[in-house]
Design a protein around this ligand. Structure first.
Ligand SMILES: *Cc1c(COP(=O)(O)O)cnc(C)c1O
Length: 329
């Protein structure tokens, strides 16, 4: 049992069968029929004009930044956002694009007044503010319903673009009984991962208007992300979009169940649950003891954030429940 991340899922038999029978071609010539089908399907699901299949979420966000911004431009972003903090500074390293990071609330929002003030006036002293990036879900938390459109309103007044790092966008959509299309509407470009809760082995999608996605396709080649018979991978993505979106609800239920057990065992405010993630709030000593206890029973945990996914079965939840209850501290 591996609770470190939802990236650890392995393709199921039926997904492997889809991979094995995929029709392929050379995708750099845009001649891979399975990649073309995935890109069309993903664009349709998000309600965007077109999309491009890329190797990872990090690459998808990077291509978005390179397509929206020029050298010397600036983007506004939360200071805990994945694109700013966990992607190796790619936009700065490869695009000469600088961040204007703002403090974030635990739910992934930035204060709207601060955001508005962070937009630079048109003056040669300043970098040109070009883009705002949001993230949904953020550490499992879903952005408040009207927040993205409020940000869009502020951004549009200064002609800024809006990008969504929606690595776990479908977790957000199913948890608030909405659709990925509806949650994507305020954004010019949207990125999501096929390789997390959706259960595909590799890949992300960047969707948006064709003017931007054509630029992104060009940058994808430049950064070495042009793949050839990538239909082998895209077939898994199509399978994931057709079969694994509604299933995410089960991951949220499992997270809820485990969170309840933790609260009953360790007391109030020792755990909280957000979509498919359980955040543990135990002292370092207590957490390390619990992690060792679990590890001895074959459960891998990392940070005090446990992530539910398709490879955690009902019997695993029962086993985990027993292990938590039997932990002596
Ligand atoms: C995982 C993740 C990414 C990056 O995806 P990779 O495929 O691991 O590069 C980007 N943003 C968020 C919020 C993520 O959770």
């Amino acid at each position: 049992m591996d609770l470190r991340s939802d990236t650890v899922t392995k393709p199921c038999e039926r997904m492997r069968a889809a991979i094995a029978s995929a029709e392929v071609g050379d995708d750099v010539y845009q001649e891979d029929p399975t990649v073309n089908k995935l890109e069309a399907l993903a664009a349709e699901i998000l309600g965007k004009q077109t999309s491009v299949f890329v190797s990872s979420g990090t690459q998808s966000n990077l291509l978005a930044m390179l397509s929206h911004c020029h050298r010397g431009d600036e983007y506004i972003v939360g200071n805990q956002a994945h694109v700013y903090k966990y992607e190796g500074g790619g936009a700065a390293a490869l695009g000469g694009i600088q961040a204007n990071p703002l403090p974030m609330e635990p739910n992934g929002t930035m204060d709207l007044e601060r955001l508005s003030e962070a937009i630079r006036p048109d003056d040669p002293h300043f970098a040109k503010t070009r883009l705002i990036c949001l993230e949904n879900t953020f550490s499992g938390y879903v952005l408040p319903k009207n927040y993205p459109s409020a940000v869009k309103k502020i951004g549009s007044a200064s002609k800024l673009s809006l990008h969504l790092d929606g690595a776990r966008l479908f977790n957000a959509a199913v948890s608030v009984d909405s659709t990925a299309e509806s949650l994507s509407r305020p954004f010019d470009t949207v990125s999501f991962c096929l390789s997390k809760g959706l259960g595909a082995p590799v890949g992300s999608i960047l969707a948006g208007p064709s003017v931007l996605i054509n630029k992104a396709r060009r940058w994808r080649k430049v950064v070495g992300g042009g793949m050839r018979q990538a239909g082998i991978l895209a077939a898994a993505g199509i399978y994931a979009l057709k079969n694994n979106i509604n299933r995410l609800k089960e991951d949220h239920e499992k997270a809820n169940e485990i969170c309840d057990i933790l609260l009953k065992t360790f007391g109030e405010e020792t755990a909280s649950c957000a979509t498919n993630m359980v955040h543990l709030n135990l002292s370092t000593n207590l957490y390390n003891g619990l992690a060792d206890h679990l590890r001895m029973a074959g459960v891998t945990v990392g940070r005090p954030r446990w992530v539910m996914h398709q490879d955690i079965r009902a019997k695993d939840v029962r086993k985990l429940t027993k292990l938590i209850r039997s932990f002596k501290y």
